[in-house]
Design a protein around this ligand. Structure first.
Ligand code: SF4
Length: 347
């Protein structure tokens, strides 16, 4: 079976089977860009062409099982299921400015085991395929099209460490930017990583215009290792060695999740400034969203402002990120694939 996302092979198949280029173009426009229901997309092909297409080209495998809409803000958590009833979570973020973003998952679970993250507690079940990454975009885009909204940004920041599934993630990015398919502007695509140095360097070389975010969250080795065991005790040194190669790309940013009494003190601030000294990086300070049994607490907004102010005085560009969807366990670090299926939310 061909993948609908493999454009070269689909084109070859269509040519061999008498499906004209203009019909395939109409199908793609309906499927990828207008996000029409599948029946309407297939209606762009002739009856004979449609039968062959459906028989030989694999269409989305994921199925939307649940949708949870925030009562606080414009977030919706989407839960998709695979053929084996595995759960894959994505989050739509409707930002007040009218822009809409989608956060998708790259793995089911995660082996990185970050202490502040609900997904980290699940362990890794498996990597998602390129098709499963892209199915999340197709299905979310269809929901948004029904609302009359356009999807502007796709961020790979849901469940999983993207660079532990590098091949599938890079394959998905190729399709997301392909003008024959989704045709997203590269500036509107973002990958967020806990830090896999060699893969990050490969990434900026292959995708210099796609945004990359490093979740640093601590610059003191003992704190970083406790919060983020990925990379072991030498992780900060290894990341520091590749920072110049990453920072020369204007699309690179460093994220710092502020945790009360853990990484928000004067020593932490001094270590962070020293660690990033001389690197023209953009820092994003993130608020923590507590989840059940989490030992961590968010800092106050005053403390966050003061931390940001000190970093700005040290010469860094700093933004403060507010997470959406805290009431539906859809905010950063809250995706865990465990929320029970409510009948009223089932689709
Ligand atoms: S923060 Fe990201 S990398 Fe860390 S455990 Fe959670 S999903 Fe994995």
């Amino acid at each position: 079976m061909l993948s609908i996302y493999d454009s070269d092979k689909v084109e070859l198949f269509c040519r061999k089977n008498g499906i004209y280029d203009h019909a395939l173009k109409r199908f793609r426009n309906a499927f990828f860009k207008r996000a029409l229901p599948l029946d309407e997309c297939l209606g762009m092909l002739t009856e004979a062409g449609r039968a062959k297409f459906v028989e030989h080209v694999g269409l989305p495998q994921l199925v939307l099982a649940e949708r949870h809409d925030s009562q606080l803000d414009g977030a919706s958590k989407l839960i998709f299921v695979t053929g084996n009833r595995e759960r894959v979570e994505a989050v739509i973020l409707r930002i007040a400015s009218g822009r809409t973003s989608l956060c998708i998952s790259s793995q089911i679970g995660c082996s990185a085991d970050c202490a502040f993250c609900a997904t980290g507690g699940m362990g890794l079940t498996r990597n998602l395929t390129t098709g499963e990454l892209l199915d999340q975009v197709v299905l979310a885009r269809r929901l948004l099209a029904e609302e009359g909204r356009q999807l502007r940004n796709v961020v790979i920041m849901g469940m999983g460490e993207p660079f532990h599934n590098e091949q599938a993630v890079c394959g998905a990015l190729e399709v997301l930017r392909d003008v024959r398919c989704f045709c997203f502007s590269e500036r509107h695509l973002l990958v967020s990583t806990a830090g896999v140095p060699a893969a990050m360097v490969r990434f900026v070389e292959r995708f210099p215009d796609i945004r990359l975010a490093l979740s640093l969250h601590a610059a003191r080795p003992e704190v970083r290792t406790r919060l983020m065991p990925i990379g072991g005790a030498q992780a900060l040194d290894k990341l520091r060695a590749v920072l110049p190669a990453l920072a020369q790309h204007g699309n690179f940013m460093v994220e710092y999740l502020l945790l009360q009494g853990v990484n928000d003190g004067p020593d932490d601030l001094a270590a962070l400034i020293e660690y990033l000294r001389g690197q023209p990086v953009h820092l994003n300070l993130i608020q923590f969203n507590p989840f059940p049994n989490s030992p961590f607490r968010p800092v106050t907004s005053e403390a966050r402002e003061a931390f940001a102010h000190a970093l700005r005085r040290a010469g860094f560009k700093v933004t403060l990120r507010r997470s959406l969807g805290a009431d539906i366990a859809a905010a950063c670090g809250q995706l865990a694939g465990t929320k029970s299926i409510n009948k009223e939310n089932a689709i």
